[in-house]
Design a protein around this ligand. Structure first.
Ligand code: 2GW
Ligand code: MN
Length: 297
């Protein structure tokens, strides 16, 4: 049973019930209106997928930024847990952006795991730290990541892996459903609502509230995404407006206009503050003391 309380509204909204007699089974939305799968445990066959990718090997990139206090606080756990649970058994390249090379954690990586660290300057405002990731990612994808990997994931650092996060998540354009909004009507999504911003989405429109902590896909798709978000961010700066949730607002606009081919359910990015009964959690938000890490505002 996948967290009954949490999914109560999904049951109401569901369009197809494969087994209406079975009331013990919580029904989950497993397809978007444009027929993209919504990935939950039980909706894929890991054995079959592993066999497929054994015969068709892939390299997967994982980008992460850890600047300032986020480097001291989160990077080691993120990388150590990724080494254990992110795409186990497959070739992975970690693209790690730090502002202080001497603080890179010592981690003994597994076989077929490669670290490509890069020093980047830290923006003065935290909103810019977050937003300028789009610019750095666009440059790096264009310059070399696109030639080195078949798929790439871009993630926040303030999270850690808890269970295998595997090849079932690979797709052309992959988006993460933000855990807190999974059961909310789109009128409650915290999209940018001012028409002056490039991130604007009209009230009543929109499919999911997507979480900028995780997005991915093929390098060319992700390159389109980060370029477009960066262009929106810069256009907004020119017009003296900043979207309510920064890069995340622009990401939501992009996915509104370019529908993802695969949606990750909140099992793939869970906040235990919602509740602790959630099963099959593969990646979880770190406990965060905002006052402590955001003193540089
Ligand atoms: C961020 C906020 C306040 C103070 C510092 C920072 C900060 C962020 C930093 O000092 N160093 C740093 O490396 N970062 C990177 O930016 C790091 O990778 C972090 O995970 C990411 C996003 O910041 P974060 O995790 O504090 O933002 P959240 O968890 O509140 O997340 C969502 O909203 C953000 C925009 O406001 C982003 O869209 C993010 O992707 C979302 O998950
Ligand atoms: Mn975060």
């Amino acid at each position: 049973s996948i967290c009954k309380t949490f999914n109560s509204r999904l049951v109401e909204n569901s369009t197809s019930n494969p087994d209406p007699q079975n009331h013990n089974k919580v029904e989950l939305r497993t397809k978007t209106p444009w027929n993209a799968p919504i990935l939950w445990e039980g909706t894929f066959n890991r054995t079959y997928l592993e066999e497929f990718y054994r015969n068709n090997p892939v390299t997967i990139g994982l980008t992460v930024f850890a600047l300032g206090k986020y480097l001291d606080k989160y990077l080691e756990k993120f990388l150590a847990s990724a080494d254990k649970y992110f795409m186990p058994g497959h070739k992975v390249i970690y693209y790690v952006m730090v502002d202080d090379h001497s603080k890179l954690p010592y981690i003994e990586y597994g076989t077929s795991r490669f670290l490509k660290p890069r020093v980047v300057a830290k923006e003065a405002r935290w909103q810019d730290v977050s937003m300028m990731r789009m610019k750095t990612l666009a440059d790096m994808l264009q310059d070399f990541i696109k030639d080195e990997v078949d798929y790439v994931f871009c993630m926040d650092v303030d999270m850690d892996f808890r269970a295998p996060y595997g090849v079932e998540t690979l797709g052309e354009l992959v988006a993460q459903a933000q855990a807190w909004f999974m059961n909310s009507p789109n009128t409650e999504f915290t999209y940018e609502r001012r028409p002056e911003s490039k991130a604007y989405i009209e009230m009543g429109q929109g499919d999911f509230y997507y979480h900028a902590a995780v997005f991915g896909g093929t390098p060319s798709q992700v390159l389109d995404l980060v370029r477009s978000c960066y262009a929106g961010i810069m256009e907004d700066k020119k017009n003296n407006i900043e979207a309510v949730w920064h890069d995340e607002s622009h990401l939501n606009k992009y996915f509104f206009e370019h529908k993802p081919t695969l949606i990750l359910s909140p099992e793939y990015c869970w906040d235990y503050k919602i509740h602790t009964e959630m099963e099959h959690v593969k990646l979880a938000w770190a406990m965060k003391d905002y006052a402590e890490v955001r003193d540089n505002v």
